[in-house]
Design a protein around this ligand. Structure first.
Ligand code: ASP
Length: 448
């Protein structure tokens, strides 16, 4: 039995939903189907989830929201009409939105219930369509499917007790269509995962039903060795391991939600990323173990928007508790950190800029000055991080040398290097201006 998840672009229009129908029809093992809300049909288009969020925000601020409602209604009407499904589906969607707006739940819960309407409607539409084309399919609500999550609106996490209930879905007849992106708390409140979280639902279902494969259908042929925005026509990755995918998606490989790998990884379910528009292509397989004959560097990921908090103090290495106190100050400001490369008398803490407001930054710096008495504390902004990723990298001689030579070739200064304890990646921090050049040079060095 397979779990197939279809992303926003795969259910964005009637034509796309017809392709999804064909894909499901061609393989009777595709029993569990998870869907996103309709996404963009072209670059200028709207995502239904964004429109639902706009409605929620406008309602909260007592502002008009008809414009957003019309976009949602028009999109679903078009889909329903072209697929020749009953028009009552659209009236039901409108009514669900109004019902959520009228209920007495607190803001965050209301917003989650609104956000979920996109996925929920997609699932109902797809299941109706599959029946129309002669398949036996039914819509299953995540509560009925057994997806029980933590009480964290907008950022829910699966509770482990869910998996045994999900396993029972195997006994149900026909194809089951489940909306992605949300589950229910123990007290029965709807909670969404973080944005892009339908991938997480797919992975949870795959782990729960112990699927033979989790297929994640999107709009790219495969995962590429480097972001195609920086290198034209980069080579494709045919197989990679869970660990490699985790490292790549951490630094900007947005094909797959980075939390989504966890359930599949724990249950050792292989994942395949495929293109709804070209379903016959092999796609990219994510598996537990690498074949020994494969090259050790599998891909190069990059992301911008990092800051480095640099602290230096003479004899830091002998001061017991210095690192803990520094990280505690950062923790008490509610900021998480990404990496912490260190020297004898200095420590840099790499933080995502989006998590560091100027108020938090000022508090952190003044507390470090007052409480830790450093010789120097400074923040360097606008750094980019490049990750050279591959299992086996740590046991292969010359990888770091090859990478640093590529930076030199591109005339890019390396601000920091972190090999640390990770078995699968080498991280470089650079100023973001050099990112294009560095990636192109690294790509040539490792893959051409
Ligand atoms: N529709 C949700 C979002 O836009 C979840 C998803 O598409 O995976 O974030």
């Amino acid at each position: 039995m397979k779990v197939a998840k279809f992303g926003g672009s795969s259910v964005a229009s009637a034509t796309q939903i017809e392709k999804v129908g064909n894909i499901i029809k061609t393989d009777s093992n595709r029993k569990f189907i998870v869907v996103s809300a309709p996404g963009k049909r072209n670059k200028k288009d709207f995502k239904i989830t964004d429109m639902l969020i706009q409605i929620g925000n406008a309602f909260k601020n007592d502002e008009p929201y008809t414009e957003y409602m019309n976009i949602i209604v028009d999109r679903f009407s078009e889909i329903i009409e072209e697929l020749q499904l009953p028009p009552s589906i659209v009236t039901d969607i409108e009514q669900s939105i109004h019902a959520v707006l009228k209920n007495d739940d607190e803001e965050a819960i209301k917003l989650d219930a609104l956000k979920a309407i996109g996925e929920d409607s997609s699932a109902k539409i797809l299941s109706a369509y599959l029946n129309e084309i002669g398949l036996q399919a039914s819509y299953i609500n995540p509560q009925e499917a057994g997806i029980i999550v933590s009480n964290e609106p907008g950022n829910a996490h699966i509770l482990s007790e869910s998996f045994s209930d999900i396993y029972a879905l195997r006994k149900k007849d026909g194809i089951l269509v489940i909306p992605g992106f949300f589950g229910y708390s123990k007290s029965g409140k709807l909670m969404t995962f973080s944005r892009g979280g339908s991938d997480i639902t797919g992975s949870i279902i795959a782990a729960g039903v112990k699927a033979e494969l989790y297929e994640n259908f999107t709009d790219v042929d495969s995962v590429y060795k480097v972001n195609p925005n920086f290198v034209s026509n980069p080579k494709k990755i045919t197989t990679l391991t869970y660990k490699e995918m985790r490292e790549l998606s951490y630094a900007g490989f947005s094909v797959f939600h980075d939390e989504a790998l966890i359930p599949a990884f724990r249950a050792q379910i292989p994942v395949c990323i495929k293109n709804t528009n070209k379903p016959d292509l092999p796609g990219t397989h994510i598996i537990a173990e690498k074949r020994s004959d494969e090259k050790c560097v599998v891909g190069i990921a990059s992301d911008t928007g990092f800051s480095s908090l640099y602290v230096s103090k003479y004899l830091m290495n002998q001061e017991v508790g210095f690192g803990r106190k520094l990280l505690q100050i950062i923790e008490e400001e509610g900021v998480s950190f990404e990496h912490a490369p260190s020297g004898i008398d200095d420590l840099s803490v790499i933080i995502r800029q989006s998590k560091l407001t100027s108020e938090k930054e000022n508090n952190i710096i003044s507390r470090i000055k007052n409480e830790l008495n450093p010789d120097m504390v400074a923040i360097q902004k606008d750094l980019a991080v490049i990750m050279v990723v591959g299992e086996g990298l740590m046991n292969t001689i010359g990888i770091a040398g090859k990478a640093t030579a590529a930076f030199a070739e591109a005339n890019v200064n390396i601000v920091m290097i972190n090999q640390g304890s990770s078995e699968v990646s080498l991280m470089f921090g650079i100023e973001k201006e050099g990112l294009d050049r560095a990636l192109q040079s690294l790509y040539i060095a490792f893959f051409e």
